[in-house]
Design a protein around this ligand. Structure first.
Ligand SMILES: Cc1cc2nc3c(=O)[nH]c(=O)nc-3n(C[C@H](O)[C@H](O)[C@H](O)COP(=O)(O)O)c2cc1C
Length: 188
């Protein structure tokens, strides 16, 4: 497991957790789950302190992050006040039922969080699969550049998620490792 990359996320029903796991697969990152009460364990905060890259994830609920993720976000003000995450790499992901579902708002909330913390935001850097020949199982079918998007039909269980979204998430994890290497090589 990479000690450098943490994936901190909330998931109400397990779908966003599977995306988080696929990203972790791609980057060998450490998974930190925000509980149903919106709390992150103390050692989770310590891992975030030590990480060089933090990937933020939330399901889209009512066109935004879940209240549990917002509670974590507000709690991070203590870190913000001493700019504890400044210059770490940041990235974000979300999953919702609709192909659109207003989930760009969620990514924008995660981006704003990263900028308040003085972090350096990474998009997907992935070309979209947006031709007539493209299928739902192709990489970045949702054509998101700002961060990783996944869509899971409202009646699908976490075991029935779209394979292409999980593959896209693994690729996103790989990109975070690649950019992390470039970034840290450049500043040393
Ligand atoms: C309270 C609530 C609000 C939701 N709002 C949206 C929404 O705005 N757009 C959307 O596409 N899906 C919405 N959904 C569907 C979830 O995004 C979807 O079920 C997602 O897979 C849940 O992820 P999770 O299992 O990680 O919690 C909503 C679900 C809930 C429970």
């Amino acid at each position: 497991m990479s000690q450098d990359i943490c994936i901190v996320f909330h998931s109400g029903y397990g779908h966003t957790r599977r995306i988080a796991e696929a990203i972790a697969d791609g980057c060998q990152g450490r998974l930190l789950e925000i509980g149903g009460d919106g709390e992150l364990a103390d050692d989770g905060w310590q891992h975030l302190e030590r990480a060089r890259a933090i990937v933020f994830g939330s399901p889209t609920y009512m066109g935004n992050v879940s209240w549990q993720f917002k509670k974590f976000l507000d709690a991070s003000a203590a870190v913000w006040s001493r700019q504890g995450w400044k210059n770490k790499l940041a990235a974000g992901f979300t999953n919702s039922a609709g192909i659109n579902g207003d989930k760009l708002s969620t990514l924008q909330a995660l981006f704003t969080l990263s900028q308040q913390h003085g972090m350096i935001w990474l998009g997907t850097g992935m070309m979209p699969s947006n031709t007539q020949a493209a299928t739902r199982d192709d990489l970045n079918y949702l054509a998101s550049f700002s961060g990783l998007m996944a869509a899971t039909p409202a009646d699908a269980s976490a075991d029935e998620m779209v394979a292409g979204d999980l593959a896209t998430a693994r690729g996103f994890g790989t990109r975070i490792v690649e950019v992390g290497r470039l970034f840290h090589a450049g500043v040393q």
